[in-house]
Design a protein around this ligand. Structure first.
Ligand code: HEM
Length: 456
């Protein structure tokens, strides 16, 4: 048995969430019972800064009724996410939140099993496949933003969410707009909403009950389509996954695996991209000189649709995309659970301990970033290359074994949106407006980001 298989076996046998003795680790558990949960929900970044300043780069804490250890800084990110010794389980950390709704999604798999599934899924993210998805994106976005009201305030967050949702039905599942796509989107939204539900009992009328019903609907819907998709020539994620085969073992995903991966993919792509585009559009509204620079860059291509080969020509859009993700990583913290005792910076971390790394904290460390609270996309230019100091200092997409599979897709989607949006419109926010973020579990604007657009 390989060390990866042994690690996987061990992770499967781990009891769920025991309480480990962490007395020897600096830190505190906050208030009785609730720990630091309130501050975690109110100001996660502030909480991390306070604790790191008080206790240093390794500290224990208690959030959402779970005791755990936080490791801060790029070296810690590399240690946990690269996981050279197969010690950190992703499944055990994410499962309590996600396993019923997003069963056996890629992020909820570990070690050798994860490696096998990731290898197959990567085929749906290869250049040809991505170029195919991009072709569908252009007209969808161009038409979608035509419907947005000019000269009066509206919620960017709600509008982009619904645009991406409708587009997702096409790109992910190959559906045309209509009643079927509407039902699928409704089921999916119910499922995503349920992932945040505190009460998780099958009581009719509750968010949880609606979410589980949504999942059952999606499972049935997708399973019925699989035989057709296994032989189709459509260009969508669903078709790609149905037809992908593992080159090493010459095996394909089972029907149930395809369904599980598709449902997880929809989830992984949806809120993260809406979050990112909200951060970008907010920054552009506050920094009109960057808005103009990106509009000119888009215009300089001299065409009405963006092609795959144009992507790297949009250099300034790349910097803005990266800077927005630095300042507001959609996933501010990434959890793992140890399956063996390990040691970091002289502290022993026991087996079965929740361990968190914190992109949001790393992205503001003044050792790595100049004026980290300032929006400064040029820090990513090749002349300044501030992000190149440490491989794990810019980690909005995580890193190592579970590094986001959708990085390129997310960049394509964001750039294609910006290309159409900025060639059409100027965007503004009210004078003095500052967007308030809800940071956890995902970075989203608390007020939906009210914007106004005017035709150029
Ligand atoms: C800007 C948008 C996005 C951000 C910031 C983001 C962030 C992340 C992060 C931090 C992880 C790693 C979680 C962990 O290690 O526990 C992850 C994993 C993943 N993401 Fe993304 N994501 C984005 C968009 C997408 C999109 C568009 C897709 C699919 C089309 C996607 C698919 C996935 C998948 C499948 C995984 C699991 C990878 C694995 O476990 O091997 N993501 N993402």
């Amino acid at each position: 048995m390989s060390s990866m298989q042994a690690a996987e076996e061990k992770a499967r046998r781990m009891p769920r969430m025991p309480r480990r003795k962490l007395d020897h680790i600096p830190g505190d558990y906050g208030k009785p019972v609730i720990g630091d949960t309130f501050q975690f929900l109110r100001d996660f970044q502030g909480l991390m800064e306070e604790k790191a300043a008080k206790y240093g780069p390794v500290f224990k804490g208690s959030i959402m009724f779970q005791h755990g250890v936080t490791l801060v800084g790029p070296d810690a990110n590399a240690f946990v996410l690269r996981d050279r010794d197969h010690i950190f389980s992703s499944r055990l950390a994410w499962n309590p939140l996600l396993d019923k709704l997003f069963t056996d999604g890629l992020m909820l798999r570990d070690f050798s099993n994860h490696k096998y599934h990731r290898r197959i899924m990567q085929q749906a993210f290869k250049k040809n496949a991505l170029a195919g998805y991009m072709e569908r994106m252009n007209p969808h976005i161009a038409e979608g933003i035509q419907q947005w009201p000019e000269g009066k305030e509206f919620s960017f967050f709600e509008s982009i969410k619904s645009l991406l949702l409708n587009m997702g039905a096409g790109i992910f599942l190959g559906l045309e707009m209509g009643e079927e796509a509407r039902k699928v989107n409704e089921a999916f939204v119910a499922e995503v909403d349920a992932s945040l539900a505190v009460l998780r009992l099958p009581i009719p009328g509750t968010t949880w009950h609606r979410g589980m019903k949504g999942r059952r609907f999606l499972e049935r819907f997708m399973k019925d389509l699989i035989p057709e998709k296994r032989n189709s020539s459509d260009q969508d994620f669903f078709t790609e996954l149905c037809q992908a085969a593992d080159e090493e073992t010459d095996t394909q995903l089972t029907d149930q695996d395809v369904v599980n991966h598709m449902i997880f993919l929809l989830f992984a792509a949806h809120d993260t991209t809406t979050s990112t585009l909200s951060s970008i559009v907010y920054a552009l509204a506050k920094n009109p000189e960057w808005q103009e620079a990106l509009a000119q860059e888009a215009e300089s291509l001299g065409k009405d649709e963006l092609d795959y080969d144009d992507l790297q020509k949009l250099e300034k859009a790349t910097w803005v995309f990266r800077e927005a993700l630095r300042m507001h990583p959609p996933l501010p913290t990434i959890p793992r659970r140890t399956i063996e005792e390990t040691e970091w910076q002289g502290y022993k971390i026991p087996e079965n301990t929740l361990v968190n790394v914190v992109p949001l904290h790393t992205h503001y460390m003044s050792e790595y970033w100049s004026n980290p609270y300032t929006f400064d996309p040029e820090r990513f230019s090749s002349e300044r290359a501030e992000d190149k100091g440490h491989h794990f200092q810019w980690i909005p997409f995580g890193g190592g074994h579970h590094k986001c599979l959708g990085i390129n897709f997310a960049e394509i989607q964001s750039k294609t949106f910006l290309f159409h949006f900025l060639r059409q419109y100027r965007v503004s926010v009210k004078p003095g407006y500052e967007m308030q973020y809800q940071q956890v579990p995902l970075a989203v604007p608390k007020d939906g980001l009210p914007i106004t657009i005017e035709k150029r």
